[in-house]
Each structure stands twice: as structure tokens, then as C-alpha cells.
Ligand binder design. Sequence first.
Ligand SMILES: [Zn+2]
Length: 460
Amino acid sequence: MPTLLIRKATLLATFDDHRREIPDGGLFVRDGFIEQVGLTSELPQEADEVLDLSGHVVLPGLVNTHHHFYQTLTRAIPPAQDASLFNWLKTLYPIWAGITAQDVYLSTQTALAELALSGCTTASDHLYIFPNDVRLDDEIRAAREVGVRLQASRGSMSLGESSGGLPPDSVVEEEDAILEDSLRLIQEYHDPGPGAMTQIVVAPCSPFSVTPDLMRQSAALAREYGLHMHTHLAETRDEEQFCIETFGHRPVAFMETLDWIGPDVWFAHSVHVNSEEIELYARSGCGVAHCPSSNMRLASGIAPIMEMLNSGVKVGLGVDGSASNDGSHMLSEARQTMLLSRLGAGLAEASLSEDEALPLMTARQALEIATRGGAEVLGREDIGSLEVGKCADFFAVNLNQLEFAGALHDPLAALVFCAPVRADYTVVGGKYVVKEGQMMNVDLPVLIEKHNQAAARLVG
Ligand SMILES: [Zn+2]
């Protein structure tokens, strides 16, 4: 069983239950799992592979809880640059109708390379459009080659325009086919065990693109197999209005009527939720994927993340799809989380009496959301912190670079306060995905060229 020794890290931040931060720290890894964590002097002196990380800060691998990889092909599309959610979607649906299996493969590798180079070791992706020969299988194959853990969501859309939904009829699927394909994927790929590289998630797209019946049947399927469930919820005022007019409920209350509340459910966004809805999330164990860049980009609003954290809601971080961010940099997203939350606090304070001040989100809270918060949201007890028995998933950043000059008073907070940088090492299950700043399993220049060709063909 191969062993890996990480030693002499300037700071090793565990994000364990005691939030231990260990100067001159390290890890001893055996067969992909952490066997020891501590001071370099307390660890074994030898291993099959030894990596000296003096001058680096080491953290648990970042966990991305919401993405649409295929959208890397449609970043910065001019007609969708300045639209809010519903018009943005209506502009992009016809373009996305042209994606192929090969596009899914290429865009998965591109998104995962960006994620891995920003410290991400586990990513959830939500593929909800299946035109042409598109299958989730090509995404799973691409992720296995890159070496990042994947929570592959079998998304779906079944409510076309002619039935009162938002997407054109040409991009929706038959509900029986959706459920049949979901079952096939579960049986073929879902690994429930610790250290899983692939798990399947059942994920109808949103209240305005599927029927209530598909939501219910999807929940029943997920629960039969012990899977997690995921959808977009309470993202915009448009959606809230749609739910009230079409279903007679606000989005969260609508989910209650569909059996879509519980510890096995997480929602992307949840920008427009009130205090009672936050309490319901906390009580029932529903998780939230917070996507600050997307919420700003589409002018959706400011999600009440501090209120969620204070109420005990599980919150993870998501970069969201690359047509509404339009990047997959997890450290940048952690930074946006902190900054947007502070802006929200400032705006809320304006309506409070004079001497009240709301607590500001800290850099460590933002990183906590990006690590152990994400693991909790995805229901993965084997990742999210550097502890004995957990997966050897971590990343390291060299502190000796321009962005951190003058910030070494607090190297951990510097990752969030200073301009976002790339990871120098990203390790998943004890294996290098990024080493000395380079992707190990992807030829980036070749991938970028193929990706650009595919994007040009798609957009025309
Ligand atoms: Zn999304």
C-alpha cells in the first residue's frame, strides 16, 4: 500500500472539529487515506514519496457543490452578457441544443482543470440538457481521467414551453426516459463507499423546467437508492413569481409538497428565502450551494448566508455554470462569498437602529464553507477536513509570490483577502492532480485548442 509523507508545511489548516492550524505541519497518507496529521517532528520520517512543503500553506481540498461544466463552451456569449436569469436562459437554450457527447467530455476536462488548479478536489456537476448523443457517461469518463472526485448529477428538463415551462420543447425529455436513464446510471456508476470517485445525484433542473410529478418520482428514486437530490431553488424573483402563479406556493413551500425537503436534499442559490424558510432548512437538514459570482452576474440578489450559518443550515460553495460566472476558480469564489456577505451586512445595517452592527463573515468562515461545509452539503463524511481516516484530499499554495507580499501575518486569511492565486499542488486520494502548478493528467494546450474549436462550432 503506497505511502505519502507531507512535511514542513508553513501552516497546515485542518478544518477539523477543533479547527486546528498546525505550523510546521504535515500528513502521513497510506493508500489514499490520512493515517496521521500533526507536527512534522511527530510524523514518520520516511514514505514511498516525500513532499517538502516549506513555504506553503496546506488546506483540505475545496469542494464545489454546484456547476454546469458544459457551459464552459458558452462563456461570455455577447447576447447573454447583460441579461438576468430568464432572458439569459432563453438566449442560451437554443445554443445548448447543439452540444454533443464529445462537447461534454471536453468541457468536463476544461472545468475540472480550472477547478483543480484552484484547489478543488471534489466537484458536483449538474448536467440537465441531453440533446443529440449526450450522456452523463462521457462526463464521468472525463472526470476519472482528470482524477477529481465527481458527484455527477443526472439533471433533467421535461416541462417545455408548450406546457407552460421556460425551455423550448426541443430540449426537454420524456419523463419515463429520464427516470430509466437515472436508474441505469445509478446501477452502473454510483459508489456509496468511503473514498468514492463517482457518485450519482438525482437532479431535476428547476421548478420552471420540470413537472411536479417528475420531482416526486425523482425523490422516490433517489431515496430508494440512498442518493442525494439537487435542484435550483429560490434563485430569482422571477422564479418566486412563477411558483406562486403556477403552483400557488413560494418555492420552498412548493418543495415541501413534493417531498423535496430533508438532509438528502441540497438547493443551488436560495437567495430569496425568508427567516421561516431558513429555519425549515436548519430543522430538516436541507443544504445550500451558495454561488456568489453567479448571483451578482445575473443580478439575482444577495443570499442571507450569515443568517443561514447562524441558524445551523449546511452551506457549501458553488462556482455555478460557466455561462454565469464565467470561471471555475474556487478560491476566487470563497473571496466573493466573504465580500458579498459583507456588502449584504452593510446594506442591512442601513435599516437597523444607529448603534447596531452585524457580524462580518471572516476569511476562515468563507474557507469553511468551501471545505467542510461543501462536504456536509454533499453528504460526504470522508472529505472536507484533514483528519485521521479521511481521504487524502488537499491542496497547497506557495506563499512566496507577489500576491502575498506583506500578507504573511496570516497566511490562511491571505488566501481569501489577497487576489486569488492557483494551487501549486492538488492531491486527491493521495494522488497528484496538480504538481508544481501543472495538471498531471491533462495536456492543457491541446485541450484548450479542442475546446475552443468545439465552442466555435457550437456558437457558430
Ligand atoms: Zn446552476
